[in-house]
Design a binder for this molecule. Structure first.
Ligand code: NOJ
Length: 759
């Protein structure tokens, strides 16, 4: 009895202590926010209208350009504006010396000395590159993804950057769109979780820490749905897609404290996102209570003239500011016209104050007013840059690899494997595996496939077979996209003929995906497909290692080639990561975050589609049902798919729906193979009847865990209203009682099925 009392007293005490510490930290946070608000208000009172508009102005630096080149003569104007305090932020400036130089101009020479924000596209690492975001997302490992963003923030902050234009949380279902490489794939649930991990990683626990940088959820909103996957194209989506697919990952980022949001280039249902009051004022700032600021995309304010939404640049400034875009990236619209627009009564002074408040708040949170040079420590810069955390980057790269096929256990290779042939120009490429968005990194700084292989064996011969690049320059592109030259085939085929196993490293060049890189073909670029088939004719023992920034449609390879490894663009440690997988030192555990189509004509293809009224044929000769006459409707590889060198068996699905608020779904997973391995168990639901039809399946949970041979694990998913509801066509989140299908499985197509009723 005494014991019980003791325990419950202890419990009570620790609960009180917990509540106390919670309330202390809550009130500390609150008072620091209050004092920031106070400081913001005091500063705002001192500012002239011109200085306020200046804070809303962002210029590209003079070192690097990630959009159309600024007009001649701008450099001088930018310098003058810095001195007058008419610039709130610059982008594309890095290095403590460069950053300090610009920061000193505003701090020492401008009237109020308001420090600058330094923005940069830190997308997948800075100097040391982790896999492209789509690749990282294939790990389904949120802790690893957060750690990767943290490492990127540590490097970026060491070279003067305090704001990254990441994460891109655009959901996309279209492999033709080049920017799928930059996101988390097609699913809003997985995409939200990954977005949150990245925001936490970049921003750290506290924005004022020296290694924290502000994150930016982009591109708000709809950019991933550009028509026909064509870059910068229009977006026209229904309310259900907008509320349930496009917006949730942004809301998740906002709910988790993301400091900034970036506009999208596209029009959304007829209104440019940059001038979209409904998106920015109604949803983001009002409904979601976003307290950070919105930056335009590069020139997206000015482009509203091209869209046919504004007569001239002056009008774009009026529309964008009133809609809620707080900072102008490289349109020169705000700095040129906003003051005049306020004086003419077209933009309310309150709109300007609101925008400036938001921008200053972030600057205070970063601690820039206490020390504007906190990101300019040259000693730290050297230390961090010279001692990168390559071990974590390698770990992330291995986790990102997806094993797509492994017939007859061709993989892993035996270390004593004789007579290896390596074919494909990507095998010897140190640049392409860095992927796109790698401005901070040195060109050709990746460990190539061959360099990784060398650490295991030198018992191989190499033939390129074809060239993906001309080898002339890196940027602008010198790609052999339309390569037709097959003169190097003979050497490769001869080599394959006399080899035990052929490792073919094929795919896209790193600069074939990313911004402005939409494609209409999803096969292997150039003559690589012919090369693959020519080699297959003489040797079927092929391990195809794919490097690509988007899903590729490779039905021939999927049918014929015995082993296929999806290796994306894995960044700095590419070669080592792949070699460790090929030789079995790492058991692949990645799962596709996006569907791989059979043919480009299936795009957009995604797992969470709706039921049609005619999903299947009623008889053999039936034609009036939802299908293609020349291709299957099924994907080549479904969302969530990925193999391991071991096998996992799913059993014992049980469901307890007695508590409507906490429905428990359980299953047992057993490693029935011979190796230890990691599995990602996925939970999908489908509400059978609802006021707005529900997708055939929706991911609502996943767990990644490791199992030794013969080991079993019971996993439990708890479904609450947060998982069971949906946004109706009025944008209201509703939970409707009714019957649900549920599946726990190894990918979106295979698993244990059950049903339950949510009372
Ligand atoms: C345009 C891109 O759309 C955006 O994502 C990027 O952050 C900016 N350029 C700045 O480089």
């Amino acid at each position: 009895m005494n014991n019980i009392l003791n325990i419950s007293l202890k419990g009570l005490l620790s609960a009180i202590l917990f509540l106390l510490s919670f309330s202390i930290s809550y009130s500390q946070k609150k008072s620091s926010n209050d004092s920031i608000d106070y400081k913001v208000e005091s500063l705002l009172k001192k500012m002239t209208l011109e200085e306020k508009v200046g804070q809303m102005n962002q210029y590209n630096g003079f070192w690097d350009v990630t959009g159309p080149t600024p007009k001649e003569g701008n450099a001088k104007q930018k310098y003058e504006h810095l001195k007058k305090g008419l610039v709130g932020s610059v982008l594309n400036v890095e290095g403590t010396t460069n950053v300090r130089k610009l920061q000193e101009i505003v701090v020492k020479e401008s009237r109020l000395g308001i420090p600058l924000l330094f923005g940069f596209d830190v997308i997948h690492g800075h100097k040391t590159l982790s896999p492209i975001p789509l690749g990282e997302s294939a790990s389904w490992d949120l802790a690893a993804i957060e750690k990767s963003a943290r490492a990127a923030a540590v490097e970026a902050s060491a070279v003067g950057i305090n704001w990254t234009f990441a994460p891109m949380v655009d959901i996309s279902r279209d492999a033709r769109w080049g920017r799928v490489m930059e996101g988390a794939g097609e699913d809003p649930y997985l995409g939200s979780k990954i977005g949150i991990a990245r925001v936490h990683g970049f921003q750290g626990e506290d924005l004022s820490a020296p290694t924290s940088i502000v994150a930016c959820a982009k591109h708000f909103a709809g950019y991933g749905f550009v028509e026909a996957g064509r870059e910068y194209n229009s977006v026209d989506v229904g309310t259900s897609t907008l509320y349930n697919i496009i917006l949730p990952s942004f809301k998740a980022a906002v709910d988790n404290g993301v400091g900034t949001v970036m506009n999208a280039f596209n029009i959304l249902n007829g209104v440019p996102s940059t001038g979209n009051k409904f998106l920015l004022r109604e949803i983001l700032k009002s409904k979601w209570g976003f307290k950070g600021f919105v930056v335009s995309d590069w020139g997206s304010i000015g482009e509203m003239v091209d869209h046919g939404f504004a007569k001239n640049i002056k009008e774009t400034a009026e529309i964008a500011a009133n809609a809620g875009s707080d900072m102008d990236m490289e349109s020169y619209a705000y700095i040129t016209y906003l003051k005049q627009l306020v004086e003419e009564g077209k933009v309310d002074a309150k709109v300007i104050d609101d925008a400036v408040r938001r921008i200053l708040r972030i600057k205070f949170k970063l601690g820039l007013f206490d020390n504007p040079y906190k990101y300019c420590d040259t000693k730290r810069e050297q230390e961090i840059i010279n001692h990168p955390d390559r071990a974590s980057v390698l770990e992330m790269a291995k986790k990102s690899i997806v094993l797509l096929k492994n017939e007859n256990n061709l993989l892993p290779l035996n270390i004593n494997q004789q007579n290896i042939a390596v074919i494909g120009s990507l095998a010897n490429d140190k640049n392409s595996p860095l992927g796109n968005w790698r401005f901070g990194a040195k060109d050709s700084s990746a460990i190539s496939f061959l360099e990784g292989l060398n650490k295991y064996t030198t018992n191989y011969k190499y033939a390129k077979g074809t060239d993906l690049t001309t080898g002339k320059t890196v940027f602008p592109l010198e790609l052999n996209i339309n390569e037709t030259d097959t003169s190097q085939f003979a050497e490769a085929v001869n080599l394959a003929k006399n080899s035990g196993v052929v490792l073919m490293v094929l795919g896209e060049h790193g600069f074939q995906s990313g911004e402005g890189r939409s494609r209409t073909k999803l096969g292997l670029p150039g003559v690589q497909q012919q090369l693959l088939e020519a080699v297959y004719k003489v040797n079927k023992n092929i391990v195809l290692v794919l490097m690509n920034g988007r899903p590729l449609a490779l039905p021939w390879a999927a049918e014929h080639v015995p082993s296929i490894v999806e290796a994306w663009q894995l960044g700095t440690e590419t070669g080592d990561a792949i070699a460790q997988v090929l030789f079995g030192d790492y058991n692949p555990s990645g799962k596709l975050p996006i569907t791989f189509p059979r043919s480009v004509g299936q795009c957009p293809i995604f797992y969470n589609h709706y039921h049609t009224g005619r999903a299947s044929a009623k008889s053999k000769d039936e034609v009036f049902y939802s299908h293609y006459t020349d291709e299957s409707v099924s994907p080549l590889y479904p969302f969530g798919y990925g193999l391991s060198y071991t096998k996992f068996q799913y059993s014992n699905l049980t469901i307890d729906a007695s508590d409507a608020m906490h429905i428990k779904v359980k299953a047992t997973i057993t490693n029935t193979g011979k190796r230890e391995g990691e599995e990602v168990a996925q939970l999908y639901i489908h509400q059978k009847v609802a006021s707005v039809v529900r997708p055939v399946k929706e991911l609502k949970g996943f767990q990644k865990f490791s199992l030794s041979p013969n080991e079993s694990k019971e996993i439990t998913f708890t479904l609450t209203d947060a998982e069971l509801g949906f946004y109706n066509n009025e944008g209201k989140y509703v939970v409707e009682p009714g019957e649900f299908d549920v599946m726990i499985g190894t990918n979106s197509q295979e698993g244990l099925m059950g049903t339950f009723t949510r009372k």
